[in-house]
Design a protein around this ligand. Structure first.
Ligand code: NAD
Ligand code: UDP
Length: 312
C-alpha cells in the first residue's frame, strides 16, 4: 500500500484516478481547490478510511509524506482555463514547481499530466513525442499550452539536476462520466445539447479533427506509466488514435440520441488546432498499453451518464 497524492483529484480525470487508487488499497490524498472540479465527483469516496479530501490551491506549497504524486491540478476546458488565464499559468507552473519540491524532499515518484496541446496546431500528423510543436506564445490558448510546456521543462530540469523520478504523460482529448455539464468541451457539449433537444454547435466548418479517448483507457495508461522503472521518464502520448472530424462526432451523437437537434455552425475560436491524433508507438512498446474503448462504446457510456444528469 502506497501513500499517494492526487492534485486536481476532484476533477473529471482525477476522480476516476482516485477511485482506482482507493480500490487498489492505496492511501490517497485528493487535493483540489474546486475551481473546475467538485466534491460531488468524490462523494462516493468520502468516508473510506484510505481516502482524504483536502481543499488547497497548488499555487501555494503543500507538505505531506507521500510515495507517489499524480499532478493533475489545472482546468482543462478552454472555457475554464481562459476565464482566468493568469491563474491558469500560475497553476501549471507554480503547481509543478511546488509538487516537484515535495517529490524531491520525500523522494516520491511524480507524474505530470501534460497534454497534446504542447504540440499546438501541429505541422506533423500523427504527433510523435519527438515533435516539438507549433504553439502561439501570446494567444488565448497560450496560458494553458505554454503553462503546460513550462511545467514539462521544470519536470526535466528537476530530473536532471536533482534526480527526481519523473514521468510525463501527454494526454489527448479524453471524455467520460463526471465531466461537468457546463464543461464546454466538445463531447460533453454535443451530448448535453442533444439530450436537451438543442442544436449542436460546431465551431468553424467542422472539418477539424480530434482523437477521443475514453477515461478508463487513460487511467490504465496512467497507472502503467507510474509503475515503470526509474529510467523511464516519458514524455509518452496517451490517447486513442481513432480520428474524427467534429462534423462526424456531431452526426454520431445525433444518430445515437435522436430527437429534433440540428447542427449549427458558430465562429471558430482563435488558434483552434486543425488536426490531432496521437502516435502511440512508445506507449505500446514501453507500457504494453493501447486503448480498448471505441468512440461508439464510450459515447454510449457518457450518454447514459448525462441522461440521468440532464433529465433530473
Ligand atoms: P478538470 O477541470 O475536470 O480537472 C482539473 C482539476 O484541477 C479540477 O478539480 C480543478 O478544480 C483542479 N484545480 C484547478 N486549479 C487548481 C489549483 N490551482 N489548485 C488545486 N486544484 C486545482 O479537468 P480534467 O479533464 O480532469 O483534467 C485533469 C488534468 O489532465 C489536467 O491537468 C489537464 O490539463 C490534463 N489533461 C486533460 C485532458 C482531457 O482531455 N480531459 C487532455 C489533456 C490533459
Ligand atoms: N468544438 C465545437 N463545438 C463545441 C465545443 C468545441 O465544435 O461545442 C470544437 C472546438 O472548436 C475544437 C474541438 O471541438 O475544434 C475540440 O474542442 P475541445 O474544447 O473539446 O478540446 P480542444 O480544442 O482543447 O482539443
Amino acid at each position: 500500500m502506497k501513500r499517494i497524492l492526487v492534485t486536481g483529484g476532484a476533477g473529471f480525470i482525477g476522480s476516476h484516478l482516485c477511485e482506482r487508487l482507493v480500490n487498489d488499497g492505496h492511501d490517497v490524498i485528493c487535493l483540489d481547490n474546486f475551481y473546475s472540479g467538485s466534491k460531488e465527483n468524490v462523494w462516493h469516496l468520502i468516508g473510506k478510511p484510505n481516502f482524504e479530501l483536502v481543499r488547497h490551491d497548488v499555487i501555494n506549497p503543500y507538505w505531506a509524506e507521500v510515495d507517489e504524486i499524480y499532478n493533475l491540478a489545472c482546468p482543462a476546458s478552454p472555457i475554464y482555463y481562459q476565464n482566468d488565464p493568469i491563474q491558469t499559468t500560475k497553476t501549471s507552473v507554480f503547481g509543478a514547481y511546488h509538487m516537484l519540491g515535495l517529490a524531491r524532499r520525500t523522494k516520491a515518484k511524480i507524474l505530470q499530466s501534460s497534454t497534446s496541446e504542447v504540440y499546438g496546431d501541429p505541422n506533423i500528423h500523427p504527433q510523435p513525442e519527438s515533435y516539438w510543436g507549433n504553439v502561439n506564445p501570446i494567444g488565448l490558448r497560450s496560458c494553458y499550452d505554454e503553462g503546460k510546456r513550462c511545467a514539462e521543462t521544470l519536470f526535466f530540469d528537476y530530473h536532471r539536476l536533482h534526480k527526481v523520478r519523473v514521468k510525463v504523460i501527454r494526454i489527448f482529448n479524453t471524455y467520460g462520466p463526471r465531466m461537468a455539464i457546463s464543461d464546454g468541451r466538445v463531447v460533453s457539449n454535443f451530448v448535453v445539447q442533444a439530450l436537451r433537444g438543442e442544436d449542436l454547435t460546431i465551431y468553424g466548418n467542422g472539418q477539424q479533427t480530434r482523437s477521443f479517448q475514453y477515461v478508463s483507457d487513460l487511467i490504465e495508461g496512467m497507472i502503467r506509466t507510474m509503475a515503470t522503472g526509474d529510467d523511464f521518464t516519458g514524455p509518452v502520448n496517451l490517447g486513442n488514435p481513432g480520428e474524427f472530424t467534429m462534423l462526424e462526432l456531431a452526426e454520431k451523437v445525433i444518430q445515437k440520441i435522436g430527437g429534433k437537434s440540428k447542427i449549427v455552425f458558430r465562429p471558430l475560436p482563435s488558434d483552434d488546432p486543425k488536426m490531432r491524433r496521437p502516435d502511440i508507438t512508445l506507449a505500446k512498446r514501453e507500457l504494453g498499453w493501447e486503448p480498448k474503448v471505441s468512440l461508439d462504446e464510450g459515447l454510449d457510456h457518457i450518454i447514459a451518464y448525462f441522461r440521468q444528469k440532464v433529465l433530473i
